[in-house]
Design a protein around this ligand. Structure first.
Ligand SMILES: [Zn+2]
Length: 313
């Protein structure tokens, strides 16, 4: 249903604007136009492109990425841009409709193509849910690839390479910009690795969704959570709450974690019942307007997570 609507809208838009007639992909001043769907894509593109491109984030700051729907203006922006960086997962599945229907000249970069994928994982005590996917879908790959800083570095380098293909004259600048940022991300990766190596018995308990599969796998961290990564559920069963509460007590876990844009009611109730604290882990799906205005980057948000871990883990 949603696909039909999207295809219809696209036809109207293309008819109005003249399909294939818009060859001016670059803005008046000749700057490259990059369009991105989620905050990490925006951040990595910004780092690789530096001053050489305008980077646009479709997801408005402060909105939940899983409920985003593109506006007609967003669809036109994707049509017109030189480079489109998207996730390619469940949360931006709408992209495929645009890319397959559209007669566009620009280049696309799918973040899920840049790294090795991991399957979605369900841990003990976690709520599971029925997926409303087609019968062909057997294994679900986890889409939160950016949560590992090492993956973030790989994606940043891929963005730099894609920009070099779009604008070869500035290829070295894009490579240098991407390499600078990737180097910082890899330094942060080593800090996380050292941190978790110093706490081999640590366990992350999330009274929330857990979109940190890649992060946990990278550092070999044991974790439990109320819901899987992109779950739409918000009400855990009594059994889930009881399991997590007992785990926090038994393992003397000091902190129950919740994620950004969460009402943290589940984390609060587990923490209260078990006599623990709560803290927020920023999974970087999106940022608030205040974070955006304050110049937040993927790197700064993940550095913030490391500081919070140092105080609470
Ligand atoms: Zn997600």
């Amino acid at each position: 249903m949603r696909k039909c609507w999207m295809a219809l809208l696209l036809c109207c838009l293309l008819a109005l604007t003249g399909c294939g007639a818009r060859e001016t992909q670059e803005a008046e001043d000749g700057r490259l136009q990059i369009v991105t769907t989620v905050f990490p894509a925006y951040d990595f593109a910004r780092a690789a492109a530096g001053e050489l491109a305008d980077v646009r984030l479709l997801l408005p700051p402060g909105t939940e990425s899983h409920s985003y729907e593109p506006t007609p203006a967003d669809i036109l922006a994707v049509q017109d841009c030189d480079l489109f960086v998207y996730l390619g997962g469940e949360s931006d599945a709408w992209v495929e409709t645009i890319l397959s229907a559209a007669d566009r000249q620009g280049t696309d970069l799918r973040m899920l193509d840049c790294v090795d994928l991991l399957e979605e994982e369900t841990t003990e005590g976690m709520e599971t849910e029925e997926h409303d996917h087609g019968p062909g879908d057997v294994v679900e790959m986890d889409e939160h690839v950016w949560t590992s800083p090492k993956n973030a570095a790989a994606i940043t380098r891929a963005v730099g390479a894609a920009l070099g293909q779009v604008d070869p004259a500035h290829g070295e600048d894009f490579t240098a910009g991407a390499e600078d940022y990737a180097g910082e991300l890899e330094a942060l990766d080593r800090e996380f690795a050292d941190f978790f190596a110093s706490r081999p018995d640590g366990v992350l308990v999330f009274g929330d969704r857990f979109p940190l599969r890649y992060f946990a796998a990278e550092y070999g961290v044991e974790y439990y959570a109320a819901f899987p990564g992109c779950s739409t559920q918000t009400e855990p069963s009594a059994a889930t709450v009881a399991f997590l509460t007992e785990l926090v007590r038994d393992r003397e876990v000091s902190t129950v974690w919740y994620i950004e844009f969460s009402n943290h009611l589940v984390a609060d109730s587990i923490a209260e019942a078990a006599g623990a604290e709560t803290a927020m882990f920023h999974t970087c799906h999106n940022v608030t307007q205040a974070e955006m205005d304050g110049g937040a980057t993927y790197l700064s948000l993940m550095q913030g997570n490391l500081e919070t871990l140092r105080a609470h883990f």
